[in-house]
Design a protein around this ligand. Structure first.
Ligand SMILES: *Cc1c(COP(=O)(O)O)cnc(C)c1O
Length: 947
């Protein structure tokens, strides 16, 4: 047997552990366990048709070779994506560091203070650069952020009597083309009418609830929007501005012009273009809209000792918790990229950012002058970094491509040239000589950057920003390296211990899967580069689509959605398009079982559907009779069912085929939420259970790390019926022949991290993938066997088996005054991150170990849970001064001279023997959520607070 197979690295249990595990469970073989877990009628009859798996070494050579088919041209395309310098200290210590990229979303604040602080820095950067009052912890991309801005303005309009019935939204023709496409997708099902035009001729008197402007415009024109915004406000029209973040170091920020919402991308802050993503979009608004904000907000609060601590703010921090009343479905966002962008601001500080912005601007001015000398004119009356040049595009293009340079060709005689942080004098001279050669002019050489400005005086930023010490004390590499390390040490990630989050599949993110992200041939490609320059990407992405088709049994895949929830939205929009194409305009009812994840109803609401919630049986399954009643009741208007499989309760419901048939018989389609795909791969698939479309969370099942709350990739896979409707992109067409407009800004979403899933599948192959599923089920059932005598396990399959996760019922402990949160916090003292708390059932813990954990780690976790169970038993109703209620225990508590607790220090912090060897100290005591919500602070305190 070969010992270099990747499967041996990815899977936790060793072959020699199998007997012990199977004995503990009480089954004779792994196949017997799988037989008892997955209903026979949905089992696949044959192996997945995938290539022979590669070893890690083979894969890395392969990806290096394939990368050579991507041509890294100098990119001056712009349109929201620019070459940027990733500071090496950030690349090495964050981007390539599992301490950062394997962390989970910071719900357990006490062991997440590091990334919470990093995101607070990001929010502060956004607030101060945009001149707004409040910002969130990132969104998926600029296009989506713009759509969220429109949705927010639409939502708040209803509180305004006069605008109650108004549904027109104005979009400046300066908007980025991909943003317009994403807005169009979002507007249509909501009944919002988009009107595109020139902002100078806008008729303020007519019925609009909001407007969207681009600053600078798509080809670089800088406009003063203060007058527009003021007039809009007198007509009760709210205004969102999509702004280039780097330009705001130099230009008057939209907040100072009165904007209500400011959105954009932070890609230029040290994030590679990556053929479209991932990058963190930002969203900033006024305090008054904080409860309508999409995404997550990090805020300041206090811990049990009254010390400063951070956590996710506001009970409504994520809109989807409001289910069908939600105005946004954003769950996974772009935390890792927001952390990096925030750190870029910390490293450069206000002076550094200004220097970079000035240099970019000076490069643009210099180029404009040099081209002028050639007799080539540009038409922007004011600009930051982009020139709109009049010249014969085909002639210029021929010479440019010969020189490995890309501009954006607007039309036959118009060329847009966007300069960036990497642009050197040599680059400027190259651009000039390209124009000289193409147009037959004699060359001009520039030897230094110009001093003039192309920004009108009243648009030059005068306000200061980023005065807080964090942005002014980390400008040497040692300082920043240690700051990053200081934050990293506060966070529990997969490089410390297992993170058994049910439904979230925190499996190994193998180094070999991650390494290619740092290769220039993969991370330096502009998403709108001509496709023939991105052949490596085209091959890899097509191949990944095929691999996912094989895994799901479907006919087509789009990689565009940037999260699972966006996949849901994309899937529902294709279903909508399908019904419309058949003249079924009335089919808009979406059935959703009550146990569904909150993003399901939130996405259905975004797709304009009417949501009917169906019942769950006491055993946790879909109530088939209730579903039948509803399907028949709504059969003339039925659009679809959304179903999670195996269910959010971690069970393979045996009635699934009956359920999907029932929906089809009544004219609907079936959407499968693929969050639990880790229990299916190689054993069954969505096509076999009768679904028409599913999304996959590549950041769960297919090894993309969670990054502390993103990035994610949520492709949808569809059957023949839906292939024609897969989404397109206005610049690089994708999707089917009746494609819906864009779901994401970039044609292939977050193409760079798709490499991770491609690597995962290519290195595991059919047998490895199938074993991963079997071992995930094995690990879950092993834990169930070890824990079920101590905690009631809610819901099992018909033969008593869990799927890949299980729910421990902690509700009975309430009588003793022990809440499920106390258990979650106490686990920190044992060195573990809590499982999923109170989803899908309040008062429970949902554990999903994944296939990557070995028996020793599973045992440590089970030992901790069993020890905690004994601690619970010792709690009496009148004594809440216990290890559970005071958890987690910090190092400061343990080493304080005074110890007043009625248990020992050892019981507090070292309750089991294994802990001492690798103790993880929570950096704060239990955080007070309510205090922070009453006193909302979502940025670093102003400098005065420190003086
Ligand atoms: C994670 C999850 C989602 C949402 O995925 P995101 O990538 O966070 O948007 C949807 N449904 C279920 C059941 C999930 O577990």
């Amino acid at each position: 047997m070969r010992t270099d197979a990747f499967a041996l690295r990815h899977l936790g249990p060793r072959e020699t552990d199998l007997n012990h595990m199977l004995n503990t469970i009480g089954v004779a073989s792994l196949d017997q366990l799988i037989f008892e877990t997955i209903p026979a009628d949905i089992r696949l009859k044959k192996e997945l048709e995938l290539d022979t798996p590669m070893t890690e070494f083979e894969y890395l050579s392969h990806i290096q070779e394939l990368g050579k088919k991507n041509k890294v041209f100098k990119s001056y395309i712009g349109l929201g994506y620019h070459p940027a310098v990733i500071p090496a200290v950030i690349q090495r210590n964050i981007f390539e560091n599992p301490g950062w990229y394997t962390a989970y979303t910071p719900y357990q604040a006490e062991i997440a203070q590091g990334r919470l602080e990093a995101i607070l820095n990001y929010q502060t950067t956004i607030i101060e650069l945009t001149g707004m009052e409040i910002a969130n912890a990132s969104l998926l991309d600029e296009g989506t952020a713009a759509a969220e801005a429109m949705a927010l303005l639409f939502d708040v309009r209803s509180r305004d009597q006069k605008k109650n019935n108004v549904d027109k939204f104005y979009v400046s023709e300066e908007i980025l083309p991909q943003t317009l496409s994403v807005l169009q997708t979002r507007a249509t099902p909501k009944g919002i009418e988009l009107v595109v035009g020139n902002h100078e001729t806008f008729d303020f008197s007519s019925d609009f609830f909001g407007a969207m402007l681009q600053y600078p415009g798509k080809y670089g024109q800088v406009n003063d929007y203060a007058g527009f915004i003021a007039k809009a406000h007198t007509n009760e029209i709210k205004v969102a501005v999509a702004a280039d973040l780097l330009s705001l170091a130099k230009l008057t920020p939209p907040g100072e012009m009165g904007a209500d919402v400011v959105v954009g991308t932070s890609q230029r802050f040290g994030i590679p273009m990556g053929y479209g993503g991932p990058h963190a979009a930002y969203f900033a608004t006024k305090e008054e809209h904080k409860r309508s904000m999409p995404g997550r907000i990090i805020g300041v609060t206090i811990d049990a000792n009254g010390n400063r601590a951070l956590r996710m703010a506001l009970g409504t921090r994520e809109q989807h918790i409001k289910r069908e009343k939600a105005t946004s479905n954003i769950c996974t966002a772009q935390v890792l990229l927001a952390v990096m962008a925030g750190m870029y601001a910390v490293y450069h500080g206000p002076k550094g950012l200004k220097y970079i912005a000035n240099k970019v601007h000076a490069s643009a001015v210099t180029l404009a002058e040099a081209l002028n000398q050639l007799g080539v004119y540009q038409t922007n009356t004011a600009f930051f970094d982009t020139l709109l040049v009049k010249a014969d595009a085909s002639k210029v293009k021929a010479v440019a491509e010969k020189n490995e340079v890309n501009f954006f060709y607007v039309d036959g005689e118009t060329i847009s040239i966007s300069l960036n942080e990497t642009t050197s004098l040599a680059d400027l001279n190259q651009i000039v000589s390209i124009f000289a050669e193409a147009l037959g002019k004699s060359n001009v050489t520039v030897s230094e950057l110009a001093n003039e400005s192309a920004i009108p005086a009243d648009l030059v930023r005068t306000s200061s920003f980023l005065q807080h010490e964090v942005f002014n004390n980390h400008h040497s590499e040692s300082q920043l390296m240690r700051y990053i390390k200081k934050l990293e040490r506060k966070d529990l990630s997969l490089n410390h211990s297992m993170i058994s989050l049910g439904s979230c599949t925190m499996k190994l993110n193998a180094a070999a899967e991650m390494l290619p992200l740092s290769m220039a041939n993969w991370n330096s490609i502009h998403p709108f580069a001509p496709v023939e320059q991105a052949e490596g990407y085209q091959i890899m992405l097509k191949k990944l689509e095929q691999q996912l088709n094989v895994v799901t049994g479907f006919a087509g895949t789009t990689l565009q959605p940037n999260s699972g929830a966006q996949g849901e939205y994309a899937g529902l929009m294709t279903i909508r398009a399908y019904h419309l194409s058949r003249g079924d305009h009335h089919r808009n009812v979406c059935l959703i079982p009550s146990s569904a994840h909150g993003t399901n109803p939130a996405s259905a609401a975004m797709a304009g559907m009417e949501i009917i919630v169906t019942k769950t049986t006491p055993e946790g399954n879909i109530d088939v009779e209730d579903l039948r009643t509803r399907a028949i009741e709504y059969k003339d208007r039925l659009s679809c069912l959304m179903v999670t499989y195996p269910s959010t309760h971690g069970v393979f419901e045996s009635s699934i085929i009956e359920i999907t048939n029932l929906i089809h018989e009544n004219g609907g389609l079936v959407y499968m939420d693929g969050a639990n795909m880790n229990a299916q791969v190689g054993l069954t698939n969505p096509a076999t259970i009768g679904a028409d479309v599913c999304h996959l969370n590549l950041h769960k099942t297919f090894a993309i790390p969670h990054g502390g709350g993103g990035p994610g990739v949520g492709p949808i896979c569809v059957n023949e019926k839906l292939v024609p409707f897969l989404p397109t992109n206005p610049i690089i067409p994708t999707g089917g022949n009746q494609a819906i407009s864009a779901i994401s800004a970039a044609p292939y979403g977050s193409a760079l991290v798709c490499l991770i899933s491609y690597g995962y599948i290519s290195m595991l192959g059919s047998e490895g993938l199938t074993n991963a599923t079997k071992y995930a089920i094995l690990n879950a059932n092993y834990m169930k066997a070890r824990l079920e005598d101590h905690y009631p396990v809610l819901y099992s399959g018909e033969m008593g088996r869990a799927a890949h996760e299980m729910i421990l019922d902690c509700r009975a402990f309430k009588q003793q005054g022990v809440e499920v949160t106390d258990i979650a916090k106490r686990l920190m003292d044992y060195g573990f991150h809590a499982p999923t708390v109170s989803f899908p059932v309040a008062g429970t813990l949902m554990i999903e170990p994944t296939e990557s954990e070995d028996v020793a780690e599973l045992d440590r976790f089970c030992d901790a849970m069993i020890a905690i169970r004994k601690e619970i038993a010792a709690v009496t109703a009148d004594n809440h001064n216990t290890v559970l209620h005071n958890a987690p225990h910090t190092q400061a508590m343990l080493t304080a001279d005074v110890w007043n607790f009625p248990y020992t220090r050892e019981q507090a912090a070292f309750p089991l023997e294994y802990i001492a060897e690798n103790k993880f100290w929570p950096s704060v005591r239990r955080v007070d959520d309510a205090y922070g919500d009453r006193n909302l602070v979502c940025s670093c305190a102003p400098i005065e607070a420190y003086m």
